[in-house]
Design a protein around this ligand. Structure first.
Ligand SMILES: [Zn+2]
Length: 125
């Protein structure tokens, strides 16, 4: 039995790490109380975050969208805070350092609020 977690009045998320789809590993399914699958949640590498892919033809009201958004926020935050990332200066000085991701600002495209001693920007390498 896969692990299931309630995320709202009408929705739950089921962990299912086995189902490949379009090259991405689908590791969570969003289910209704009746067990119908409304969509999947998977890591989207280009955006460096988990995203939700709805099943075609599925319908959502405001509360369901908010529940899903809150869930994504939570797992993305946990992911950012838990990992260490290597930053590298975007100028030619070549300096790098490792930081705990949850302690700095990182945009989805890898830019950060960190500066190098040379004045360059420290970006995710
Ligand atoms: Zn530098």
């Amino acid at each position: 039995m896969p692990a299931s977690e309630r995320i709202g009045k009408y929705l739950s998320v089921e962990r299912s790490d086995y189902q490949p789809r379009g090259g991405r590993t689908v590791n969570r399914r969003v289910l209704t109380n009746r067990g119908d699958c409304l969509g999947t949640i998977a890591w989207y590498g280009l955006w460096r975050q988990y995203t939700f892919d709805p099943v075609q033809g599925s319908t959502f009201n405001r509360d369901c969208l908010l529940d899903i958004a809150a869930y994504l926020e939570r797992i993305n935050k946990a992911h950012r805070e838990g990992r260490r990332v290597e930053l590298r200066c975007n100028r030619s000085c070549g300096k790098g350092r490792w930081v705990k991701a949850g302690t700095i600002d990182i945009t989805t495209s890898g830019h950060t609020d960190q500066r190098c001693a040379c004045g360059g920007e420290m970006v995710v390498s």
